[in-house]
Design a protein around this ligand. Sequence first.
Ligand code: NAD
Ligand code: LMR
Length: 329
Amino acid sequence: MTRTPVNVTVTGAAGQIGYALLFRIASGHLLGPDVPVNLRLLEIPQGLKAAEGTAMELDDCAFPLLRNIEITDDANVGFAGANVALLVGARPRTKGMERGDLLSANGGIFKPQGKAINDNAADDIKVLVVGNPANTNALIAQAAAPDVPAERFTAMTRLDHNRAISQLAARTGAAVSDIKRLTIWGNHSATQYPDIFHAEIAGKNAAEVVNDEAWLADTFIPTVAKRGAAIIEARGASSAASAANAAIDHVHTWVNGTAEGDWTSMGIPSDGSYGVPEGIISSFPVTTKDGKYEIVQGLDINEFSRARIDASVQELSEERDAVRELGLI
Ligand code: NAD
Ligand code: LMR
């Protein structure tokens, strides 16, 4: 049976994450080895030429699943009929820029893109925001798309999730594949909280295996939360291949489901669970099935975790208030 191609839109397609992402989408890693894709590359005018170069390379791979590529700087064209949208293009923070300036500059990108998604995307659109500040950019886009169910707008904390698993594996000598049920709570920022109290290592409680709260507080949490900055320091550029890999993981899990007994972390509009104010886009433990996600309920949150979740959620509330004041939501 020939399947209908899925339309995948990538913004910031000519950037470094775009370059690491597009080839994996086209080779079937985003949606599955039997799902054909049409790619829509959305760039600003200055990025169009480089996007054309990337499209030439995509052609040269002769990917059996890649049906066509369209390149545009018009968001209405870029999101026309989109089933999956990866919002990667964003305005990076530059020297001397305050958080308010960054939120305002990105509002100028994510508000019109949200509206273009609202007006042009397919009914089953799923959106992943990667561009920073990812959670609040997702909120801005979602607020500009009142006809799209709010839960279709998500922000990427899967890179943090993967980083935390890797750090935990290194500390305990476990295989990555033995680690389950890790959770990232809150914002994709230095306040995020990687939680191992419900995680399992080969079926045993991870916090009990580690049994070292000082390591948790002073090494594990800051290493995961500040990993983005450490990569920038080491590479001279922010994470790209690992970020693209996490974007692939996020959408693949959303579409194809979490494994039995496991969960993942996604930035999603809060329904008020775990005391996170309704509406803000915060990372939660979620299971996914049939293209839908659900927050894992009933986890016992200890004092150590509560304080850290609250701090990150507080930052998200402040970001929401700031973009509200700027008239972006
Ligand atoms: P980059 O500067 O290499 O590329 C960004 C691209 O976006 C550029 O080609 C630029 O022309 C394009 N762009 C800018 N405004 C646009 C618009 N309005 N429409 C379409 N395209 C636009 O940056 P990068 O390294 O690819 O990173 C992209 C973003 O992802 C940054 O905000 C970065 O901080 C963020 N990031 C997030 C995570 C995460 O875990 N959530 C991880 C890594 C990076
Ligand atoms: C990352 O986590 O690698 C990115 O969000 C880049 C950054 O600024 O931390």
